[in-house]
Every structure is written in C-alpha cells, then in structure tokens.
Design a protein around this ligand. Structure first.
Ligand code: UGA
Length: 457
C-alpha cells in the first residue's frame, strides 16, 4: 500500500495559471511507482486533488507499469489542520475512503489500517469521485463560513452590532454550529485559497460559470477583508502613515505554527509599506529570514529592509509605535492576566453597546466578558510626542507575564513605551478591549464599532 502525499499547489503558469491545481508532483510520484513496482499495489491518494485525478493515475499506471502488476486506486483525503495535526490524526471526525465498486477488497485493506485506532463508525467508504470532491468541498465550505462571517463583520462595524455575539447566536443553531465562525483579518494557509480556486477552475472547465463566480467570491471577500482591516488603520491614523512606526504582532497565518503561506500579514504589511509606514514585526515562531523573504517577494520593486524591522520581543517592536496591529491569535497576546476593570456606569450610559455582556467564542467555549471597544484614553493624539504612561496603576509585571507555559506579552510595559493614543487594531479579536482600555489603550476589533477619539463635553 503506497500513500501519495505530495503538494498540489496552485499552478503558476500555463493553462489554468493562478487557479488550477498543479499535479506535477502527483504525476511524478505515480510515474516513479509505475516504473519500480513488481508486485500488485494499492495506491492511496492522500493529496488534495481535483475530482477525476484517480482516472489520470490509472492511465499512468496502464501506460508505464508492468502489465502483470495490478494497481488499485483509492482516495483517502487528509483533514488534519496545522497546529492540531497530531490530535486530528489520533481522533479524526471521520476517515473517508473513496473507491470504485470493483475495488472493495482494496478499500477493506485500508479500513483495516485505520481500524487500529479509529472507531469503525467513523470510517466511511464512499464513491471514488465523491471522496475526491468531498475534500475540496470541505475546505471550500470552511473558507466560505469565514468569508461569510467576515462580510458580516463589516456590517457590525457600521451598525454597532458585535460580531462575536452574532457568531455566538448564529452558531447556537445546531444546523449551523459554532466552529469556523471567528471573524478575522482574513484566512490564510496553504489550503483554503488554493482549494477554492481549484474548485473555481473545475467549475469553469465544466462550463459552470455561475458556480465558478460563486466560489471566487469567497476568495474576493477574503482579499476585501484584509484591505478593509488595513484601511481602518490608515483612516484612524489620519490617512497618512508616512514614516509612522506601526508594530505588527504575529506573522504566521494562525497560532501554533511558523507557517506563513498566504498569511494575512503579507497583504496587510505590504499595504502599510505602500503608504510609507515603517513596520516593526514580532512573531514568536516565524524566522526573520522567512519574514524578509515573504515580504520581499510580495514587493519585488522595493528593498524591503528599508521598510521593515524584525524584533525578538513584543515590547521592543511596540516601542515608539503609533499603532499596533495584531495579525495572529497567539496566546501570548491574550490579556487574560490583566485584572478586569471595575464597571464604569457613567461610560456605560453614554455607550449603550458597551452595556452588553459580550460572549466571545474561543474554540467552541464561551467566555463572558465585556468586549465593546473602549475609549478610556482621554489624551489627544500625539504621534510625535514622548512615550505615553499608563492611565492607571499597572498590575505587577510578573502578574502580566504569567507562569511558565502561559507567557503573555507585557501590555502594561507596552502602554509605557508606545505613542499616544495607544491604538491597537486587533485583527484576530484576541485581546479584551476593556482590559486594555484600563491600561490606556484604544482598541479597534474586527466586527465591533471602533473606539472613538474622546470628545470633551
Ligand atoms: C485547513 C482545514 O481546516 C483542514 O481541515 C484541512 O485538512 C487543511 O486545511 C488541509 O487541507 O490540509 P489549516 O489551513 O491548517 O487547515 O488551518 P485552519 O485552522 O483551517 O485555518 C485556516 C485559516 O482560517 C487561518 O488563517 C485561520 O486563522 C483562519 N480562521 C479559522 C478564521 O479566520 N476564522 C475561523 O473561525 C477559523
């Protein structure tokens, strides 16, 4: 039994360039297997491939292999996600095995492999073509949920609705469910965009332009969301970023990985640089070289080192910064160790939205805390002034840094070293705006009405 588990990136040239999946590695693996096989083989397609790829494999084996050797082809798509891969492997929701009716025995052999640790009722055998399409469909529908919630985040920001509450309320409908409904500055990773575009291409080649257009809009909303996030920063900084230092916390496409493929950070930072900003970047896991390479290839006409500096701690990155943009939901950036501020009735009366007890969704669990964007700072903007000092007595630094294994960035210290009005743009809704407000920050979250500059009565 041989598993083909190779990359199927988006094609960068030729027919289908920019949307079709590049099957060169799959083909080369199949050719090699065909050339060296002397006994019957079960070939398992693990890579994410367009519907119909098994048929192409069959042709390769028929054309190149020893005619006495039999090849059975199964589809067995991979559903693990980065950061949770081992758990996903050990406790999968489901195992899909796609096969042709005449290849029952081969499918049974693969069922036996998984039965060693996966309960039988989670191992599903289905039609070969359904299995290939189901993998693409799963990623496309997950990406579509994120684009849907992100589109609604724009409506929330314009109306005063809170996207975490909307996601919570909608997710309670068991037909919808609560997962993959976290609004963000845009999804990244090597799979979602590639797989949606692959489905777009398949639909186009099947002469289904409406279907292609529908799925393309999932990627378009994602691009829109990244630019919308950056535009909010630009607008809040008076439409000019020229020579202003912007700190970016997080570069990976999600937490618990150093992977940067298609990360929203590349788009956001490139736009900030185009506006003349000096960008200071901190990520706990992504290497300096990786960040330089990603941003240099996204901006080939610039010398990227003129516009970005990479730091090895968050406080240094934020020192002297006019604003902070959080682009990865690293636990380090959480504010849970900052004491919850006392309710301020006067402020609550002025801002009805802030009276709501917000319910935020964190990997399926609901935590109850006030999350409306806040405006605790009363200073006027001072981008060229001296470092700001916290408005209230900061909690002790050790308390904010936490115990080993639960390290948190020192927000109190950051409040001291960054410039007023200490703007934080949270592209992952990872911080508690009220707690940061108690340290003098003004927080703009995705899908929540923004902090307004203080207006004196
Ligand atoms: C995704 C799928 O989740 C896996 O099931 C699939 O096996 C994998 O692709 C694959 O095809 O190999 P992955 O890309 O590693 O996994 O990561 P996800 O957890 O799905 O996150 C993708 C992006 O969506 C990240 O940028 C994440 O921050 C973002 N996201 C995720 C949101 O913006 N909101 C959410 O609610 C969830």
């Amino acid at each position: 039994m041989i598993f083909i588990s190779v990359n199927t990136p988006t094609k960068l040239g030729g027919v289908g360039s920019g949307s079709a999946s590049d099957l060169a590695y799959v083909e080369s693996a199949a050719r090699h297997i065909a050339e060296v096989s002397t006994t019957d083989k079960i070939i398992v397609e693990k890579s994410t491939v367009p519907c119909g790829t098994a048929e192409s494999l069959r042709e390769i084996f028929a054309g190149l292999a020893d005619p006495t050797v039999k090849f059975h082809i199964l589809s067995n798509p991979e559903f693990l996600a980065e950061g949770t891969a081992i758990n996903d492997l050990l406790e999968p929701d489901r195992i899909l095995i796609g096969h042709l009716p005449e290849e029952n025995a081969a499918a049974d052999a693969l069922v036996d492999v998984y039965s060693a640790w996966v309960p039988k009722d989670r191992i599903k055998t289905i039609n070969l073509w359904s299995s290939e399409l189901a993998k693409l469909a799963a990623n496309c529908m997950l990406a579509q949920r994120i684009s849907s919630i992100n589109s609604l985040s724009a409506v929330c920001e314009a109306t005063g609705a809170d996207i975490d509450e909307v996601a919570f309320a909608v997710g309670l409908d068991t037909r919808i469910g609560s997962r993959m409904l976290k609004a963000s500055a845009g999804f990244g990773g090597s799979c979602f965009k590639k797989d949606v575009l692959s489905l777009v291409y398949i639909s186009e080649t099947l002469h289904l332009p409406e279907v292609a257009e529908y799925w393309r809009s999932v990627v378009e909303i994602n691009e829109y969301q990244k630019h919308r996030f950056t535009n909010r920063i630009i607008k809040r900084l008076y439409n000019t970023l020229s020579r202003k230092k912007i700190a970016v916390l997080g570069f990976a496409y999600k937490k618990n990985t150093g992977d940067t493929r298609e990360t929203a950070a590349i788009t956001v930072i490139s736009q900030l640089i185009a506006e003349g900003a000096k960008v200071a970047i901190y990520d706990p896991q992504v290497s300096e070289q990786q960040i330089f390479n990603d941003l240099q290839s996204a901006n080939p006409t610039l010398n990227i080192k003129d516009s970005i500096t990479i730091y090895h701690d968050a406080v240094s990155a934020c020192s002297d910064a006019c604003a902070i943009a959080i682009l990865t939901e690293w636990d380090q950036f959480k504010t849970d160790l900052i004491p919850e501020p006392e309710p301020q009735p006067e402020l609550l009366n002025k801002a009805p939205v802030a009276q709501l007890r917000a319910l935020t969704i964190d990997e399926g669990t609901i935590s109850d805390h006030s999350s409306a964007s806040s405006d605790a700072g009363s200073e006027s903007p001072d981008y060229n002034g001296t470092h700001a000092s916290p408005l209230s007595t900061p909690p002790s630094e050790t308390a904010l840094e936490g115990k080993p294994g639960s390290e948190r960035v020192n927000w109190s210290r950051i409040a001291q070293v960054m410039r007023r009005p200490r703007l934080v743009f949270d592209g992952r809704n990872v911080v508690d705006a009220q707690r940061l407000a108690s340290l003098g920050f003004r927080v703009e979250c995705i899908g929540k009405a923004g902090a307004r500059p203080h207006v004196r009565a």
